[in-house]
Write a protein that binds this ligand. Structure first.
Ligand code: HSE
Length: 296
């Protein structure tokens, strides 16, 4: 069996809807080998489909098909630390595990670029799948066939403190609430901030992040689906966050803070509890610059 380590991801980064994402130091593990039947188990309490609808399996089978091979079955063991349907790339982690694992099993017929493309075709957008594979912060444009991407490693003194509520928000629901059309003014509002975000993060002009995370394409609509989320934003800003945004499609909220803001997460946790927001877990993460690795 090979064993893969796949990072969680945070997509959109505020204004970069479907275009920007980064990998986080929070991991799923997947062991897999080819078999003559489908044999899937979760190694923790997280329930996963154990039949042919399992996303690791589906992705592995897609890769086999692309390479002209038929997959009869696979033995898969999953350890899922990344919570599902919270905006931290749990589906992308499964897709990337299936693709990278299957590609390795076949002797690596597909390149990294091919894997980025195939993952985006399965997921529909590249902002979680690309950083899950590549690590770092990834800027990606999916033209429907190919992904045009840049990965940049990040070595700033930042922590990414994620606040995760105890309820799920499925991406389909979080996308269904978005408007079909937006104004020219709102498009300009977003593209300028998305560009500002990566330039500021990578050059350390961190005071720009508070402006850069604002957007008019998805967060205002999704906030209506996440009870009391504005209070969560306010708490993180009160304790000195550089920027706060809905991670991916939500409902998790990401706060970017300085590593020298030593007690940031403790103070956020305390304030959330004081406000009666007891269902919110707070985790201190950093950027993962390596992406998915085969560890054994
Ligand atoms: N860019 C995607 C969205 C990320 O916001 O819907 C979630 O998969």
């Amino acid at each position: 069996m090979i064993k893969l380590k796949i990072p969680a991801t945070s997509a959109n980064l505020g204004a970069g809807f479907d275009a920007l994402g980064l990998a986080l130091s929070y991991y799923n593990y997947v062991e897999m080998e080819e078999s003559d039947r489908v044999d899937i188990q979760s190694l923790d309490e997280m329930a996963v489909p154990v039949d042919e609808t399992n996303l690791v399996y589906v992705s592995a089978r897609d890769l086999f098909q692309v390479c002209g091979k038929q997959l009869k079955g696979m033995k898969i063991r999953q350890t899922n630390n990344i919570p599902m349907a919270r905006g931290l790339g749990s589906s992308s982690a499964c897709i990337i595990a299936g693709l990278v694992g299957a590609n390795h099993i076949l002797g690596s017929p597909l390149t990294k670029d091919d894997l980025v493309d195939l993952a985006a075709q399965i997921e529909g957008h590249p902002d979680n799948t690309a950083p899950a594979l590549l690590g770092g912060i990834v800027t990606a444009v999916f033209d429907g066939r190919k992904v045009h991407w840049v990965k940049q490693e990040v070595y700033t003194k930042l922590k990414f403190t994620v606040m995760i509520p105890d309820f799920e928000l499925k991406t389909e629901k979080a996308r269904a609430c978005l408007p079909k059309q937006v104004s020219h003014k709102d498009a300009v509002y977003n593209l300028s901030r998305a560009a500002l975000f990566s330039a500021s993060l990578l050059t350390g002009k961190l005071e720009n992040l508070r402006t850069a995370v604002h957007d008019r394409l998805h967060q205002p609509y999704r906030m209506e689906l996440i009870p009391r989320v504005r209070e969560v934003f306010d708490i993180a800003y009160t304790h000195g966050a550089y920027g706060v945004y809905i991670s991916g499609a939500g409902p998790a909220v990401m706060a970017i803070a300085d590593v020298d803001n030593t007690y940031f997460s403790g103070k956020v946790r305390f304030s959330l509890e004081n406000a009666g927001l007891t269902g919110w877990e707070v985790l201190d993460l950093t950027i993962d610059n390596e992406g998915t690795k085969i560890i054994t």
